[in-house]
Design a protein. Structure first.
Length: 165
């Protein structure tokens, strides 16, 4: 269109038209979402992904580290590093599982519990920034389409979908 500038983040501006525009759009949105999440979470001393571990522990209590991997879709080395960092920050503690000496239980500390409201507030800010001025119908349609995309990808990756359908 004459007189309009091409948005520098649009598929046309980045030269990907015809080469996976939906995948490229998802990549750009995910990258920006993670960037903003990182900025918000740093205020609480967390890195992206750590809040997901904390949210799961707050909602479900102490968990085996191996179970956290499955629930959060993480591999064992990544989860080990994440839990170690959370432990060094004082937000979780690890202890042997009394029912299985080979397993490790992870649970929030008092400092970890104190962090909950701040993380929830940041998560709300991230949701508001992500949704902008989408109305309820647009939000519902976005969730529906994202659920379909997740199912498509999970089927190809041979993993169960975890989000809303």
């Amino acid at each position: 269109m004459a007189g309009t500038r091409e948005n520098s983040t649009s598929p046309a501006a980045s030269g990907v038209v015809g080469r996976g525009p939906v995948s490229h759009a998802i990549f750009r949105v995910a990258r920006l979402h993670r960037l903003l999440a990182g900025q918000l979470l740093r205020q609480a001393g967390l890195h992206p992904g750590q809040e997901m571990v904390m949210m799961h522990l707050w909602d479900h209590g102490a968990q085996r580290q191996a179970d956290l991997c499955g629930v959060l879709g993480s591999d064992s080395p990544t989860m080990t590093r994440t839990v170690q960092r959370l432990e060094r920050a004082g937000f979780v503690r690890r202890a042997p599982d009394p029912t299985d000496g080979r397993a490790v239980l992870v649970e929030p500390t008092a400092a970890g519990h104190a962090l909950r409201r701040e993380v929830e507030r940041m998560w709300e800010q991230l949701e508001e920034a992500t949704l902008g001025n989408l109305d309820d119908d647009q939000q519902a349609e976005t969730l529906r389409v994202l659920g379909l995309l997740e199912c498509n990808l999970a089927a190809r990756a041979n993993r169960p979908a975890t989000g809303p359908a």
